[in-house]
Write a protein that binds this ligand. Structure first.
Ligand code: PLP
Length: 463
């Protein structure tokens, strides 16, 4: 299996190379050259299998000869053994035709653990073999950073630096990043917003001297291996509800478009998904783009669902690449317009193709709070604000007999203030992390300035 860049001008790579590289050298994102498909019989055969078994079947064709079957099975087993639920991604019912996929039973209580725990084990196995060292740098609006730190803490050949917007992540998110004691973990509080952090990481990847001198590797949601890991739970949940014999739809609380793009890959692989619904908060560039064709930046307004507070949505580029018939030059031109003019218009043909798969909706702050309250009252299920955005948008989209699965992307205890404001009850942390508020913190505050950040990374990494 070979991987090509969405901008068409970077070297073609293997799975392992694409995973270790992250962002392509032409500024694009790596995607598989072809998408393997499963027959209806092969999908039906997944029924009743463990999460790990399904993960092996779904991901195996994408990894080429990077690992033997035996190695890959062991990597998957280690990735998910720290989860707090035997089913890994259990489904619960919210209404007649509405189901919630709980993706928050991993070590940092957000769906990002599904990808990050796997990628930690994949990196470890690849670097052990080559003897190389890498410096992982990532930007986070909260959940990615804690998931990355949890996945890489204490691993031998890796330093991990996470840039987060100072003062703009929840206390639980911050503490998950600042309390690990391992010396290869570095939490950097940047004086800026999430887009500033993300831009700094992009600039570091485009600074080839720096990139090569520290062995930069990226694990942000643009890393293909992360998207791949997330494809698995679309299969496990759809099959539990009767796929491939009946269609299902999904609603996905969306920020960088990584999670929902995994659903798009599942659909391309043959899973009978009717609609993939993009749910945004008030930072709704994707909802506006999918409903009007104009992908236009509009600043970021902080919300109670901070992990979806984005101005531009990096993984959307992968969807554009497909609906522009895999024309890297066309995608490069759109991204150039985004940079120089702050936006671009999606062509009619591309909009039509997007509309065959995607629908969208947005939830305001008031609607999000009202949904947390109403869902608690009618089902007893406590939603985090991100999941509530999904549930609100899903309720508008449910139609006919097709079951709707909404992805619950974080545990409510990660966002206790917003949840308490809605339900009157403060959601407790699961027992295994109940002492988080007592652990001591360690972080470095840094200016929103590329050379200052690069200097800090060079100084702190262990050589
Ligand atoms: C990251 C995140 C999202 C958004 O996921 P994308 O893959 O960036 O679209 C939604 N909810 C939570 C809780 C998250 O951590």
């Amino acid at each position: 299996m070979r991987y090509v860049s969405t901008r068409g001008k970077a070297p073609v790579l293997s799975f392992e190379e694409a995973m270790l590289t992250g962002l392509a050298r032409d500024g694009g994102l790596y995607v598989p050259e072809t998408i393997p498909t499963l027959s209806a019989d092969q999908i039906a055969a997944l029924a009743g299998q463990s999460y790990e078994e399904v993960a092996f079947t779904i991901m195996r064709p994408f990894i080429g000869d990077a690992f033997t079957d035996e190695e890959f099975r062991a990597i998957i087993a280690r990735a998910y053994e720290g989860f707090g639920h035997a089913a890994r991604a259990p489904l619960v019912q919210l209404g007649a035709n509405h189901f919630l996929l709980e993706l928050f039973h991993g070590p940092t209580l957000a769906f990002k653990d599904f990808a990050m725990q796997l990628i930690g084990q994949l990196f470890q196995a690849a670097l052990e073999r080559s003897g190389d060292r890498v410096t992982i740098v990532g930007a986070t609006s909260g959940d990615t950073g804690s998931a990355a730190i949890e996945a890489f803490r204490g691993l031998d050949n890796v330093d991990v630096f996470i840039l987060f917007p100072h003062g703009r992540v929840s206390e639980v998110q911050r503490r998950q990043m600042t309390t690990p004691i391992e010396s290869n973990v570095h939490a950097l509080a940047v004086d800026g917003d999430f887009d500033d952090c993300q831009a700094a990481v992009k600039d570091m990847f485009n600074d080839f001297d720096f990139r090569d001198s520290v062995g930069l590797a990226g694990v942000n949601s643009i890393n293909w291996a992360r998207v791949l890991a997330q494809v698995v739970y679309y299969f496990t949940s759809a099959v539990s509800l009767g796929a491939p014999h009946r269609k299902v739809s999904f609603t996905v609380p969306t920020g960088n478009f990584g999670d929902i793009f995994a659903g798009y890959i599942a659909r391309r692989m043959g899973l009978p998904i009717d609609q993939l619904v993009v749910a945004t908060n008030q930072n709704d560039i994707l909802h506006r783009a999918l409903s009007t064709g104009g992908y236009v930046k509009d600043g970021v307004t902080p919300s109670i669902s901070p992990s979806m507070d984005i101005q531009v949505s990096s993984n959307f580029e992968r969807a554009l690449f497909d609906v522009y018939d895999r024309d890297g030059n066309a995608v490069a031109q759109l991204m150039e317009e985004l940079k120089s003019q702050g936006g671009f218009q999606i062509s009619q043909g591309a909009m039509q193709k997007l509309g065959e798969t995607f629908a969208s909706g947005r939830a305001s702050e008031e609607e999000t709070t009202a949904t947390i309250r109403a869902t608690f009252a009618t089902t007893g299920e406590v939603l985090c604000p991100h999941s509530a955005v999904g549930v609100k948008v899903a309720e508008e989209q449910i139609s006919g007999a097709t079951p709707m699965i909404t992805l619950a992307t974080a545990h409510p205890a990660k966002f206790p203030d917003a949840v308490e404001a809605a339900t009157g009850e403060r959601p407790p942390l699961p027992k295994r992390m109940a002492d988080l508020y007592e652990r001591s913190e360690r972080l470095s505050r840094v200016a929103n300035d590329l050379s200052a950040i690069e200097a800090l990374i060079k100084e702190r990494r262990s050589v």
